[in-house]
Write a protein of this length. Structure first.
Length: 969
RNA sequence: GCUCUGGUGGUGGAAUGGUAGACACGAGGGACUUAAAAUCCCUUGCCCGCAAGGGCGUGUGGGUUCAAGUCCCACCCGGAGUACCA
């Protein structure tokens, strides 16, 4: 019988669906199977559909999920869609097509493509982030974040109501909580505050909070963006310029979790590189906070002290400011101070003489685009304020400068500059001719003249010099000694800073989750949880309004009726019972942060997910997806999960136990070469004498086979090639090739449907795995797919011997020979090992070796072929299912039992030893498996080949049983 | 700049200190066929040699070891992340 994949694959896909083969129940049934959760990062359904790179991870995880199921696990393997997003909305702005319509269409296309590949997804659990039944819980979580604060003393999120109770009883006394700004007030103060004032104070602590912050504003997209959505001053989506802008926005206080996010990395089984990406992004650094006094006396600064509890923009009392340093040991080398241009102190300390210069600089620096600033990092700029600070340890007078190399968002926005030991301070000092003082030397007491240096000495090694009481100490000791002294003096303390900023959570866009928030007198209130979901309203336009409001400003029915607890027309807003609703929507990462939990209990309309469901599944055992989510989704999801863990909902603090990054599939482009001398002449690659004589032109990889161009289809491809002439080699036009990004513009996009149609899903699955290690980036090259397809045909043919009764006269081949059993057991062992370590490419090779050997042996034994079909089932489920049924089984091969190998079957009587002389392999020698070193040596001496290499008695003999013999002479 | 990765035939890759190049692709040769497709067989790291055989080979240079693609040190090149984070 022929291997007719195009008939059998759809047939089994239909059967699986009808039989509900991939339906999964929580609890695993009466037999109490152990649970296992395999998850793929769900896709954004783009209009382009899947290309061959997308399914790579899905295939790997599908193999693993199917394998685990065969091993007796109850495996959760769901799929869904990250359906909110910019492209559908941009398309809506251009065409007026509602993003919901585009999204629906794209999802249908994705589903069709996914179905063809034969995944074992339980589609009954599908989630879509844009589905109100789903985003109800995204909104719900937001409300919980709003209603909680982070208490540092217990190290977890606590209800905001407890904070209110505390304020009423003791004010801020003894409070250690994550906040935007340190506040200090008494119980009496609190009790005297009105509702608005209290709400303002609470906002300072909420985990989801509204605040004026510098945000990444992208004018072209009309929205703010989170830090991970901006790279090099440009938006990740679309590549539009981004500027810094002070705006009132929702943020999530993820920084409260920074330490736990670092610590949690110790518990998970992720690649070092991904953990490193997260560590860098979180950017933990230990150091000291030190207060510097501004020199007083020259001029008197008048300012009314901030009233207790007032949300002033001032952090510290006027005459001192706080700096953060990781090098407290270098405090004796401070020769100037630098404030960021946004620093609140600038106005009050600048001397009249410097005023105009400072103001000009600050204005210039603030208006600079982020991109400009980043591009000109090497250019030093700054201005002297005229004011001086006092070094608390030396009592020296130190000039205070302003420069944009100090960032407002990190630490306190102010630094002590130690030009000798910090490259940025060094560059600044050189530029403005400020003194440089060496306070660290590599060897004890050996100093040189810093004016001769070409660069600063930044390393945290060596000894302190010129440093008062720490002189002569090692850098590490000096750090500790200085902090101790500073703490004694009460002018600073050790502290930890994180680079991780709070996540800006508002987007001025339409296609996202609405905030369940309305405003009373500009104070935000959450709509009652029972009223969720707050559904995305219809709008007349997807663009911002004429007054610059987000698209939801166009929605007519968009106001909250507090009394009737429903959404009403905004014309009814009276700010007494009917209030305006929030106009921003949530960002992409809102819906993708907790979706893995929702899969556990996807249709629950009472809760996010039931306690039973999460008790059963716990967390994701294996998560497969791209490393590009290292600083976005994977941080947010971990934060989200930790918050839900604090609420007692998530059972594990880390959501994704093991994580595998699938490598990017790069494109492999083909080129034709047009002669520069003759515009219609295309020269085959091998005939080009000088590359300068030709112009390489991208050519569609679909009209190229094994780098040979189909010249007829090329002429039809585009009108300008209609009259093309060719210079052929051996009658063929050979194209050049190069590895590039897979993209439409390079005509190197490979669509999985075409390959499924041509070779079948099983071939595609095997080939994607065969290409190389899953984690590694690799170019897509269809050239090798034939080999895998040939293998499947051969595999199929093997079963003829077993199944075909008319030819079955030859009973001998139906008997299982020891040889065949041995091959089978070797295969079981290797394939099991390979799957366990996610080495799917070598597993496929092992199958090839197995089938080649069994074919040579003419094996037709059921005893061998039946388990082999099970082994193949995770990789090529369709053909395995077909053969399984042809062998007479009634149930699905998915529910078979994974074969165990028998060590006894693998025992060899003899071992072929490589014999080395002085480490060089010279010949092979077959010895009994039980041979001792002595016997081996005798045999080597007796071997005729040895004569040439043996010079007298060996000096040393290395004998590694079953591995090698090495004679040293 | 910093961090992480990777560097092995014409190509994708294999080799968990023990025969470097498994398994495939491509290429060359052959069988079957009127022919083609399909299928099957042989050769295929480089160099010397008719052959037997030998030499050289895993980015470069050192080192550890009986033995190094694999471990250590220094460097070169590619890819990714990040970027004035004090």
């Amino acid at each position: 019988m022929e291997y007719n994949f195009s008939e059998l694959e759809p047939r089994w896909q239909k059967w699986w669906k009808e039989e509900g083969v991939y339906h999964v129940e929580n609890g695993g049934g009466a037999e109490g199977r152990p649970h296992f959760y395999v998850l793929d990062m769900f896709p954004y359904p783009s209009g382009a559909g899947l290309h061959v790179g997308h399914p790579l991870g899905y295939i790997a995880s599908d193999i693993y999920a199917r394998y685990k199921r065969l091993k007796g696990y109850n495996v959760l393997h769901p799929m869904g869609y990250d359906a909110y997003g910019l492209p559908a909305e941009q398309y809506a702005i251009q065409t007026g097509q509602h993003p919901a319509v585009t999204t629906e269409k794209n999802i249908a296309r994705y589903r069709e493509q996914l179905d063809k590949i034969g995944f074992s997804f339980d589609w009954d659990r599908e989630v879509r982030t844009c589905d109100p039944k789903y985003y109800k819980w995204t909104q719900w979580t937001f409300i919980q974040l709003f209603k909680h604060y982070y208490d540092n003393t217990v190290g977890k999120a606590m209800p905001i109501a407890q904070l209110e109770a505390r304020f009423a009883k003791q004010g801020t006394e003894g409070l250690d909580a994550a906040c935007t700004e340190e506040l200090s007030f008494s119980a009496d103060d609190w009790n005297s505050y009105d509702e608005n004032r209290r709400q303002q104070v609470l906002m300072n602590y909420r985990l989801a909070y509204l605040a004026d912050t510098y945000v990444n504003w992208c004018a072209d997209l009309g929205t703010v963006l989170a830090n991970d959505e901006v790279v090099g001053g440009l938006s990740v989506r679309g590549g539009y310029p981004v500027e810094r802008k002070l705006m009132r926005q929702w943020s999530l206080r993820i920084s409260a979790y920074a330490q736990r996010l670092v610590d949690g990395l110790e518990q998970v089984d992720w690649t070092d590189s991904l953990k490193e990406i997260q560590r860098n992004w979180i950017g933990r650094s230990e150091g000291a906070a030190v207060y510097f006094q501004v020199e007083s006396g020259k001029r008197k600064v008048e300012r009314e002290a901030a009233a207790p509890g007032e949300l002033s923009t001032f952090h510290s009392p006027l005459s001192t400011f706080e700096i953060f340093t990781t090098r407290p040991d270098t405090i004796f080398g401070v020769t100037f101070m630098v404030l960021c241009p946004e620093h609140e102190l600038i106005d009050s300390i600048t001397t009249p003489e410097q005023k105009s210069e400072v103001e000009a600089y600050v204005t210039w620096a603030k208006n600079r685009s982020e991109r400009e600033r980043q591009a000109e990092v090497k250019k030093v700029s700054g201005v002297f304020t005229g004011a001086y600070a006092i070094n608390p340890l030396t009592e020296e007078k130190i000039p205070i400068w302003v420069s944009d190399y100090v960032l407002a968002g990190y630490g306190t926005g102010a630094i002590m500059a130690v030009p000798a030991h910090d490259s940025r301070d060094f560059a600044f000092a050189r530029h403005f001719n400020l003194p440089i003082r060496q306070v660290v030397s590599l060897e004890k007491d050996v100093t040189s003249d810093p004016s001769t240096w070409t660069e600063s000495m930044d390393a945290k090694t060596g000894y302190s010099v010129n440093s008062g009481f720490v002189s002569g100490m090692k850098v590490k000791e000096a750090m500790k000694a200085v902090i101790d002294r500073i703490e004694e003096m009460g002018i600073g303390h050790r502290t930890v800073n994180f680079r991780l900023r709070d996540a800006i959570f508002s987007r001025q866009r339409y296609w996202g989750e609405p905030f369940p928030i309305y405003y009373k007198d500009n104070v935000p209130y959450t709509i009652p949880e029972e009223c969720l979901p707050l559904e995305l309203p219809e709008v007349s336009e997807f663009k911002p309004t004429a007054t610059g409001e987000p698209p939801l400003g166009h929605a007519q029915k968009w106001a909250w009726d507090e009394k009737n607890r429903c959404v009403v027309d905004k014309a009814l807003v009276d700010n007494r019972t009917v209030f305006p609703l929030e106009l921003s929507t949530m960002p992409g990462f809102a819906g993708s942060s907790g979706y893995y939990l929702r899969y556990m209990d996807p249709t629950n309309d009472k809760e996010y997910f039931s306690a039973d469901a999460v008790d059963y599944w716990q967390n994701v055992d294996l998560y497969v997806g791209g490393a590009e989510h290292g600083t976005g989704h994977l941080i947010y999801a971990r934060f989200w999960n930790k918050f839900l863990f604090d609420l007692g909902m998530a059972k594990k603090e880390e959501p994704f136990q093991k994580l595998i990054n699938q490598g990017m599939i790069q494109g492999r482009s083909n080129f034709v070469y047009r002669s520069k001398a003759d515009n219609n002449l295309y020269i085959s690659k091998g005939l080009i004498k000088n590359m300068d004589d030709v112009t390489p032109i991208h050519v569609d990889i679909n009209i190229v086979d094994n780098d040979v161009l189909d010249v007829e289809r090329f002429r039809e491809w585009r009108p300008e090639f209609k009259e093309a002439r060719f210079e052929l080699e051996d009658g063929k036009y050979v194209c050049g090739w190069e590895v590039e990004k897979m993209s439409k513009s390079m005509y190197n996009v490979q669509n999985p449907d075409d390959l499924v149609a041509r070779y079948g899903a099983d071939t595609l699955r095997l080939y994607e795995m065969f290409l190389g290690p899953v984690e590694q980036a690799k170019p897509w090259d269809t050239n090798g797919i034939e080999g895998v397809h040939r293998f499947l045909k051969k595999f199929w043919k093997l079963y003829d011997n077993c199944l075909n009764e008319s030819q079955g006269a030859d009973q001998a081949i139906k008997q299982s020979s020891n040889q065949a059993l041995k091959v089978l057991h070797q295969t079981i062992k290797k394939v099991t090992d390979d799957i366990e370590r996610f080495s799917f490419n070598t597993a496929v090779s092992t199958f090839m070796i197995c089938v080649n050997t069994l074919t040579e042996q003419k094996c037709g034994s059921r005893e061998v072929l039946k388990p082999l079909a099970v082994l193949m089932a995770p990789f090529a489920p369709h053909v395995a299912e077909e053969l399984w049924h042809q062998l007479g089984e009634k149930g699905s091969v998915c529910d078979a039992e994974w074969p165990e190998y028998d060590e006894k079957m693998l025992v060899e009587d003899t071992v072929k030893y490589p014999v080395q002389f002085n480490g060089k392999m010279r010949f092979m020698l077959e010895l009994p498996a039980a041979a001792t070193q002595q016997e081996a040596l005798e045999a080597v001496k007796a071997a005729p080949e040895s004569a040439k290499w043996m010079t007298g008695e060996p000096k040393k003999v290395i004998f590694v049983p079953k591995k090698i013999i090495n004679i040293v002479c």
